[in-house]
Design a protein around this ligand. Structure first.
Ligand code: HEM
Length: 136
């Protein structure tokens, strides 16, 4: 794809701007915004067939400590779509990107908090419910 690096950078930077301002997801992303942005740019450029330079964990192993529900997954996807629209990402990039994300869904989404696992001893389990939902 032409300008792959350019578009992945544009989308990812905009995406995390939105995520880190989101009333729900901002509490899930405890990692530094600059760090996750650069990790994701490397991961996506690589996954989309560009330069092979991502040396981090597979997305399937990166989130066992986060209680990602179906609802949270959908929120993330919707914010990603907003970012794509905002920067005017090309249609073929959008569809390829969403396909890659979907391939990892079954490894990331959980049904119950008890499925969470620390990645290392001092890791923190992250369970954050949607603040917009009032619990009776
Ligand atoms: C609702 C869904 C998701 C949430 C809430 C989420 C959240 C996060 C968070 C908070 C981190 C940082 C973890 C840390 O502290 O090191 C992370 C890392 C990462 N995520 Fe996600 N993520 C989601 C879906 C995805 C998807 C769909 C992909 C890619 C297809 C992905 C790829 C990655 C990668 C590559 C890393 C860095 C791994 C590493 O090197 O440690 N994530 N994610």
């Amino acid at each position: 794809m032409e300008n792959l690096e350019y578009w992945v950078k544009k989308v990812t930077e905009e995406f995390y701007e939105i995520v880190y301002a989101d009333e729900w997801l901002k509490h899930v992303f405890t990692i530094d915004q600059k760090i996750i942005t650069s990790q994701q740019i490397d991961f996506m450029v690589d996954a989309l067939g560009g330069e092979r330079r991502y040396g981090g964990k597979s997305p399937a192993d990166a989130h066992p400590h986060i209680f990602v529900t179906e609802e949270m997954w959908n929120r993330r996807e919707s914010l990603l779509n907003d970012a794509m629209t905002k920067v005017g990402a090309p249609a073929d990039l959008r569809s390829k990107w969403l396909k890659i994300d979907l391939a990892f869904k079954k490894h990331i989404v959980m049904k119950d908090e008890s499925e969470c696992r620390k990645r290392f001893f001092s890791d923190e389990i992250i369970v954050v419910y949607n603040p917009a939902k009032k619990v009776a």
